[in-house]
Design a protein around this ligand. Structure first.
Ligand code: NAD
Length: 498
């Protein structure tokens, strides 16, 4: 059995007593075991990080950027190996796994420009002989707690920026697909980051709690489901830490009557079923607007869905692979049952899907359900599988209200040829990331990523300048260089520049 260990500075970690199975979702077999750490193990990582971080922060930003450049080169050189490893543990197809790594790498590319991003502000002559300037200093030790669904991208969203800013970083990846995060740590070391700048500790709630409570960790970035995000946000904040915690999602695709239906069908099938729907920016709800739009959509969408190829993650012909675990497969299928019991009409049924030759794999067939309404629990909750729910809306205002009132507010898309409708929609919808004829509006790395409502707790987005803000503290210096002339008397009133 392959064992996946922590990645600590100074070599092997003390032997763990607890382990978790890592499955191959395509076969249903256990392919490895990952060690689960505790507070004592975390403290070892923190002590190493404390040793190295001041020196790393004092390394000039251009040199830190060179390490990021080299890391980017190494990840690119190892792309195929990383993508195959990722696909083998997650279940997404290899081409999609490359996208997972590439989108994270784009944040590393952004981080290569860190000398520019870290430049402070300066005011010459803010008062007589007085200059004011600000500088951004690293937090010290940052931690990232990441979900299973993007084991390449999300860790890089976090440590790409945090490390470039001069922090040491401790990553606690998902215990379901932990191998790629460990490989990324190895590559960062090979790229020239001093030992201890990037470490990886594995674990479950016990390790997460240890991170939330460790006094030397200054900032925590979390991505995962909303209840846990909320818990992480509250407990971390209570302990005086800076916390950003991204949660679940239920993104809507609004299809206006004037939309290009062929384009919508192609976009929807990828956005709803790609990666088996296990994306926080997937489109699991489609809202056809107006009389007859749903029927025109179904005419092309149903054959498209029925032609989707579900296969093992290493099958180049597969559109999507299995979901991550047997429990998750059962959960997704049970949401389909619930939706049906609530009155949803199943148009394409993916329950009980079996892939010949891989009967034990965690596959769920593509599912399309019509006549879903906002009152249904299966609409209110995140399903996180290859399930597309249809909520019909009579007009634009009703369609706008659906994502705006939903508990989640991660992403949303509108498909239309009407610029005015799109502009109104983007301005008024109560959701953090909007696509206009773009089904998965994940912003590019130099912009920022973050949802609203229960999709994100905290006030700073991931990556881009928001990431730089999150991983640094601003220090503002007010300096006076007297010219030697006699000074005024004592000042007992607050100094003003008046
Ligand atoms: P999850 O919440 O189960 O796990 C996320 C992390 O929390 C993991 O590292 C896990 O080990 C840890 N964890 C699990 N249970 C815990 C507990 N009881 N206490 C403390 N920590 C715990 O999420 P997941 O299933 O790995 O990922 C899927 C979820 O993540 C979905 O809800 C998806 O929408 C969300 N997600 C959100 C975004 C975003 O940016 N908003 C991006 C990707 C995924």
């Amino acid at each position: 059995m392959r064992m996946i260990d922590h990645f600590l500075a100074g070599g092997a970690a003390p032997a763990s007593t607890r382990f978790s199975n890592v499955f191959n979702p395509s076969t249903g077999e256990v392919q490895a075991q990952v060690a689960l750490g505790d507070a004592a193990l975390l403290d070892l990582a923190v002590q190493k990080a404390l040793e190295v971080q001041p020196k790393w922060a004092a390394t000039n930003p251009q040199r830190r950027a060179r390490v990021m450049f080299e890391f980017k080169r190494l990840v690119e050189a190892n792309m195929q190996e990383l993508a195959e490893l990722l696909a083998l543990e997650h279940g997404k197809v290899v081409a999609d796994a490359k996208g997972d790594i590439q989108r994270g790498l784009e944040v590393v590319e952004f981080a290569c420009g860190i000398p520019h991003a870290l430049k402070g502000e300066y005011t010459y002559g803010a008062g007589p002989g007085i200059d004011v300037y600000s500088m951004r200093q690293p937090i010290g030790i940052g931690a990232g707690i990441t979900p299973f669904n993007f084991p390449g991208m999300i860790p890089m969203w976090m440590f790409g920026v945090a490390i470039a800013c001069g922090n040491a970083f401790i990553l606690k990846p998902s215990e379901r697909d932990p191998s790629v995060p460990v490989r990324l740590c190895e590559l960062m070391l090979e790229a020239g980051a001093p030992e201890g700048v990037l470490q990886c500790v594995h674990g479950d709630k016990e390790m997460v709690d240890a991170i939330l409570d460790h006094p030397a960790i200054g900032a925590i970035s979390f991505v995962g489901s909303s209840d846990i995000a909320n818990y992480v946000y509250q407990r971390g904040a209570q302990n005086g830490k800076r916390v950003q915690a991204m949660g679940g999602a239920k993104n809507h695709g609004i299809v206006m009557p004037d939309a290009d239906i062929d384009r919508v069908v192609a976009d929807l099938s990828g956005a709803a079923f790609g990666s088996a729907g296990e994306r926080c920016m997937a489109l699991p709800v489609v809202v056809p607007v107006g009389e007859g739009t749903a029927e025109r959509l179904f005419e092309k969408l149903i054959p498209e869905i029925e032609s989707l190829q579900v296969g093992i993650s290493h099958d180049p012909a597969a559109h999507y692979g299995p979901v991550v675990t047997a429990e998750h497969k059962a959960r997704v299928e049970s949401w389909i049952d619930t939706c049906e019991a609530e009155g949803g009409k199943i148009l394409v049924d993916g329950r009980g899907f079996v892939l010949q030759g891989h009967e034990k794999g965690f596959f769920v067939g593509p599912t399309l359900i019509d006549h879903v309404t906002p009152e249904m629990s299966s609409y209110h909750n995140e399903i996180f599988g290859p399930v597309l729910q249809v909520v019909r809306a009579p007009d634009f205002e009703t369609a706008l209200e659906l994502p705006s009132k939903h508990q989640y507010g991660n992403g949303v898309a509108i498909f239309t040829r009407n610029g005015h409708a799109a502009r109104e929609f983007a301005a008024r919808v109560n959701v953090g990331m909007v696509g206009i004829n773009v089904p998965i509006p994940v912003p590019v790395a130099y912009h920022t990523f973050g949802g609203w409502k229960r999709s994100a707790f905290g006030d700073t987005n991931q990556h881009g300048m928001e990431g730089v803000k999150f991983w640094t503290k601003v220090k503002t210096v007010t300096a006076r260089w007297p010219d030697g002339s006699p000074e005024g008397g004592n000042a007992f009133i607050i100094p003003t520049m008046g």
